[in-house]
Design a protein around this ligand. Structure first.
Ligand code: UDP
Ligand code: MG
Length: 314
């Protein structure tokens, strides 16, 4: 029988894990004639009892496995590690807070096996229960990144998806350090079916994403999947040169023809500050790309393992 691996990144999720486990076991019972389950909890350097819960579940159910990081490496790293460890012919990525309804797995599985899709992904069509300001910026982000990136980033797409081994393997082949999964999933291609559902509230614990973290993450996404900001920087340079040239022509001809005295200390200061600002802005853009390049060339591992259950090396 085929094996389906569910990869579950967990960061300080001791309350949510038992609830998640109960739900996923219900689904696996429902699907027991179709496919076997393997559940991998990736403890992303949690500071609470997440690892103890994972150990306990592993001791009572051999389908549950876990790995644990030496510190918090982020959800992207956790997903990567989980994909690397997965044995399944099919691999799902799912949040532990039940915001990704486990019941959908059956539909997803059937789309892949019966209709030949390589991947079934999910997107939420509402943002209920989210602060309006966050929704506003999320929308702006998606419309911006889709305008400047060739890779399609679907608005409201979750990381919750089921994919074939082949697709999981190709995601693993992208070994970049700055991982922006929403882009990576789309970049690798393959036939993706989208399921839509309404936003669900987290079952326990709280979200790990502050507004600030999300903002930085969205900047990472832009730098990782578009070089348009660099082009904008050069365009602004050209534009300023043209404006400066026109100004020079006007001032020179005014002085030569009418003998105007060149005045205007305030306007000069304005111009200096304006140009200085644009220069710093463009250098900032450049700096973003250089810093990402710097981190990539260091070739650091995406995560560091501290503990894993015995099933990995019996
Ligand atoms: N997560 C993680 N590492 C982190 C942050 C989050 O593994 O540094 C996990 C978290 O435990 C959860 C999933 O990623 O299973 C989604 O996190 P969360 O629910 O906080 O995000 P939201 O649903 O609010 O976008
Ligand atoms: Mg969540």
């Amino acid at each position: 029988m085929n094996l389906l691996t569910v990869v579950v990144p967990c960061y300080n999720e001791q309350e949510a894990m038992p609830i998640f486990y109960n739900e996923i076991i219900k689904v696996s019972d429902k699907m027991k004639d179709l496919v076997d389950f393997e559940i991998i909890f990736v403890d992303d350097g949690s500071k609470d009892g997440t690892i103890r819960v994972a150990r306990h579940m592993n001791s009572i159910d051999s389908r549950v496995k876990y790995i644990s990081f030496s510190r918090n490496f982020g959800k992207e790293a956790a997903m990567y590690a989980g994909l690397e460890k997965a044995h399944g012919d099919y691999v799902a990525i799912m949040d532990v807070d039940l915001q990704d309804p486990p019941e959908l797995l059956l539909d997803m599985y059937q789309y892949i096996t019966n209709e030949g899709y390589d991947c079934v992904a999910t997107r939420r069509i509402t943002r209920k229960g989210e602060p309006p300001i966050r929704s506003f910026f999320s929308r702006r982000f998606y419309s911006l990144i889709n305008r400047i990136s060739k890779t399609e980033i679907v608005d409201g797409a979750r990381d919750y998806r089921l994919m074939t081994r082949q697709m999981a393997q190709s995601i693993l082949s992208l070994k970049e350090y700055n991982r922006f999964s929403k882009g990576i999933f789309s970049w690798v291609g393959f036939n993706t079916k989208w399921l839509e559902y309404e936003n669900v509230k987290r079952v326990a614990g709280e979200t790990k994403w502050s507004f600030w973290k999300l903002l930085l993450y969205s900047l990472d996404g832009i730098v990782a999947f578009s070089t348009t900001p660099l082009a904008i920087a050069s365009l602004m340079g050209i534009l300023l040169c043209v404006i400066a040239f026109i100004f020079i022509c006007i001032i020179v001809s005014k002085t030569l023809i009418w003998g105007d005295p060149v005045a205007g200390y305030p306007s000069m200061i304005c111009a200096i500050i304006f140009i200085g600002g644009i220069q710093l802005f463009c250098m900032g853009i450049l700096g973003q790309y250089v810093s990402k390049t710097y981190l990539e060339t260091k070739n650091r591992p995406i995560y560091i393992l501290k503990e894993e259950d015995k099933s990995w090396n019996p």
